[in-house]
Design a protein around this ligand. Structure first.
Ligand code: ADP
Ligand code: ASP
Ligand code: MG
Length: 798
């Protein structure tokens, strides 16, 4: 008997004429190897989502546009393939319209009806593909998957699970093999099966992989190939981390862990059927069919030295926190809570426990849990304890054998959790999975950090291949080609020749543009935090742009006086930290705005400030920013007067006739959270109740500047929107800000010359005539500064 090979093609692999041409050629190549291809196909990319929307929108009759776009998409593919979609899919189009109308009339859709609609996606794509392959002379036999896969009926008691998240038996099925034997090529649908009453059921979103694995097991295939839009399983989702490395081989167990933890390229349920019969599983890229991809087999099982294989993300998890005093003394509490999850058909993923709290996570989508079911679970749990639910959390998992060993390498990234919310940590007892459940918006950033620490330095090996960026040539640009220094590269080279290197060069227009953007913010006054750059010419541009200056030392004030004789002291802020009495005296005599960030000077040298107007820098209690070293608020920061001391400070000021005319808060550097400054404003405005003479609030600086090419910039319009909302709440208070790097970060370059080349330990080193003496930020803050070869801009690196 000819051995079968099962080949599954995912959504993007069946959406274009080019992909179908690849399918045609790989099918012929497998036939040439003496195998019988059984093709399992998904719906076209995006169609399953649109079918879901169609069902939801049909309830109130607003489904027309979705219906039209679904039909349109199939007509477009038909046209590209040169086959008549309207004729081939007449039956499916008609069914779709009829069911949508039915849902509208009834005003609801049962899981059973939803399954019927969703199955049409796969039915349509395979009908079109089969027609085209036949037109190419391939002897292909289209089979309805509902005649091949039968649901095991495990979830009959739960309608949603039964129809939408079914599973099937996959014992070897010689009868089925015999039935398919006459056909050289079989083409069927993924995702779709039938129950014992012949009704359509689905295997869960992304379930086509599982259909293919079931068929591979039933037909005892020689291997299973999963064709998709990435050339294998990677050390992280390559669309989030382009540096992710191809995993060349994996054991079934590890592949299972990776898929369950969110490596979305494989459906978690597709491993077990092939593992049970030792059928090798290959992951291949339809757009790059010649690439090797990942091989999953028992040969890969546990043999690799490198223990950790990947970092993965799982989004949209729900977190349920159960709070009850002394719950451990209550025999059976955990069993009672678990029984409620069970009776709601929910399987739990992670658990963390303490004396009075149990926190559990689960995936609502994989459990068929909608709002209603969640509400019912919460009200049942509320009978036994206090319940809190957090939705849309993300789990980041580090996956691989002996994962504990990776902990020391992760240490630098764990610092982030000092400030970011960390809802749950779970270490699998089998030591193959370490999971951190965090807020969704923090996840990609943490994932990239983890990945960098674990994988980016690894040499190629039997396990780890090239990166996604290398494989696909989609290396992100090394720098932003629209940057001023790219346009003016020739001038920069002349400057390097004239002045020698290393040389700092600043672009006036960039500073002016940044200042113009800042002037659009709804704030009354802007001060340049001159520690960001005290170059005299830079300061002149800033001064011309109408900004004042924020200084932290008398020397900075003197520097300003030398450059701008007669500069109005009203344009200078003095915001020092732990300054001696002399420095305050100096600043007060100059008549600049003086800010105190500690109560000590008020207690020790009240006479210095008596009768004067001053500002106070407060600690809002929570820092922000791109690196722990630049977070300038919170319990672990030396800056600002803590809230607890404000009563005492107010009393000291009253006693010595000191007028507090402004309050200040600066939370950190490199902040991309657009609400940060409005939050500072609200905090300061609240504290102003203690200081009736406050006229203005200084919201600090720290406006983030994108480092990496392609990184989204801080949304200044959004910053402005939040500030406007605050101004409406508190119209009486003037707002000041003191940006530093925002004005100059993109305006400067450091020109340097290559001095020597060296090769050592397989690495190439390029020596230059500067170092951390002139650019400290990468070493100090781990910050990124792109490097470009100005003499060969735009040319590929050798
Ligand atoms: P298909 O429609 O072919 O089934 P999927 O979208 O289900 O494709 O799976 C492929 C996607 O899986 C990739 O485009 C990639 O973004 C995502 N993915 C997530 N994690 C990984 C990983 N570790 N390795 C490779 N791909 C991953
Ligand atoms: N088309 C289905 C989905 O998008 C199944 C699959 O593609 O695997 O979920
Ligand atoms: Mg998939």
């Amino acid at each position: 008997m000819i051995r079968t090979i099962v080949m599954k093609f995912g959504g993007t692999s069946v959406s274009t004429a080019e992909s179908w041409a690849t399918i045609d050629s790989v099918v012929r190549a497998r036939q040439a190897e003496g195998l019988r291809p059984v093709l399992v196909c998904s719906a076209m990319a995006g169609i399953s989502n649109r079918l879901e929307t169609l069902v939801d929108s049909a309830r109130d009759g607003s489904h027309e546009p979705f219906l039209a776009s679904i039909l349109e998409e199939h007509r477009r593919l038909g046209q590209a393939l040169g086959v008549d979609a309207d004729a081939i899919l007449a039956g499916e189009f008609e069914t779709l319209e009829r069911i949508a109308l039915g849902i509208h009339l009834i005003g609801d859709a049962s899981p059973r009806v939803r399954a019927q609609v969703m199955a049409l996606g796969e039915l349509m794509s395979t009908r079109l593909g089969a027609a085209w392959l036949a037109s190419r002379g391939l002897d292909v036999h289209w089979v309805d998957a509902r005649t091949l896969l039968r649901s095991d009926g495990r979830h009959l008691g739960n309608e949603a699970r039964h129809f939408l998240l079914s599973s099937c038996r996959y014992d070897p099925d010689p009868e089925l093999a015999r039935k398919l034997e006459p056909y050289p090529v079989v083409l069927t649908q993924g995702f779709v099966a039938s129950d014992d009453r012949g009704r359509t059921v689905l295997l869960g979103r992304g379930g086509s992989d599982t259909s293919a694995a079931y068929l591979a097991a039933k037909l005892q295939a020689k291997r299973l190939e999963i064709w998709t839009d990435v050339p294998g399983m990677f050390t992280a989702d390559p669309r989030v981390v382009p540096e992710a490395r191809l995993i060349l081989r994996l054991g079934y167990g590890e592949a299972q862990e990776l898929a369950s933890a969110g490596a979305g390229v494989l459906h978690p349920r597709c491993i077990e059927p092939v593992r049970a019969y030792g059928i090798p599983l290959l992951v291949k890229d339809t757009r790059r069919p010649s690439l090797e991809g990942t091989v999953i087999s028992d040969e890969g099982e546990g043999q690799a030295e490198e223990a950790v294989k990947a970092v993965t993300l799982r989004k949209r998890l729900a977190l349920v926190s159960l709070e009850s005093m002394g719950m451990w003394r209550q025999v059976g509490f955990l069993a009672e809570a678990a029984a409620l999850f069970r009776s709601h058909g929910i399987s739990i993923e992670h658990v963390a426990t303490s004396e009075s709290n149990i926190t559990l996570s689960f995936d609502p989508a994989q459990n068929g849990v909608g709002d209603e079911k969640l509400d019912s679970l919460v009200s049942a749990l509320s009978e036994i304890c206090e319940v809190r639910v957090l939705r849309d959390c993300t789990a980041i998992s580090v996956v691989g054998n002996r994962v504990r060993r990776a902990l020391p390498r992760l240490a630098p990234a764990l610092g982030a959790f000092e400030h970011e919310a960390l809802f749950l940590v779970s270490h699998a007892a089998s030591d193959v999975n370490l999971t951190f459940v965090v807020e969704e918006n923090q996840a990609p950033h943490i994932l990239r950090q983890f990945h960098g620490l674990l994988f980016e330095e690894l040499d190629e090996s039997e396990t780890f291949g090239p990166s996604w960026a290398e494989l696909t040539g989609t290396e992100p640009p090394a720098y932003d080609e629209a940057a001023w220094w790219c346009r003016r590269a020739e001038e920069l080279l002349v400057l390097a020749r004239e002045h020698g290197t290393p040389l700092y060069v600043y672009d006036e227009d960039s500073i002016e543009e940044a200042a113009a953007r800042l002037r659009e913010l709804p704030v009354d006054r802007l001060f340049f935090a001159m520690k960001a750059n005290a170059n005299a010419d830079v300061l002149r541009v800033v001064e011309r742009a109408g900004l004042g200056f924020e200084c932290v030392s008398p020397e900075e004030i003197l520097h300003l006086e030398r450059i701008f004789p007669g500069l109005d002291p009203d344009r200078i802020l003095f915001t020092p930290n732990f300054a001696p009495a002399d420095e305050y005296r100096f600043a007060l005599e100059r008549g600049v705005h003086v800010t105190l960030d500690n109560s000590y000077p008020l207690r020790r040298w009240p006479e210095l400030f008596a009768g004067r107007s001053i500002w106070l820098r407060l600690d809002p209690g929570q820092g922000a920013g791109h690196h722990a070293h630049v977070r300038t608020a919170g319990a672990h920061s030396k800056f600002g007067i803590p809230r607890e001391e404000l009563l005492e400070v107010a009393e000291l000021c009253r006693r010595h006739g000191i007028r507090v005319i402004g309050l200040h808060a600066h939370t950190g550097s490199g902040i991309f959270d657009a609400e940060n400054w409005a939050r500072n404003a609200r905090f300061l405005a609240e504290q102003a109740a203690l200081f009736p003479e406050v006229e203005a609030l200084d919201l600090g600086g720290g406006l983030g500047v994108a480092e990496h090419p392609g990184q989204p910039p801080l949304d200044l319009d959004e910053v402005a929107r939040h500030l406007r909302a605050f101004r409406e709440e508190r119209p009486g208070l003037a707002l000041w800000m003191e940006p530093g790097r925002f004005l100059v970060a993109s305006a400067g370059v450091l020109l340097t010359r290559v001095t020597q080349l060296k090769e050592k330990g397989g690495h190439r080193y390029v020596g230059i005539d500067t170092g951390m003496n002139s650019l400290l930020r990468p070493a100090l803050y781990g910050s990124f500064h792109p490097i470009a070869n100005l003499t060969r801009l735009g040319q590929p690196l050798e």
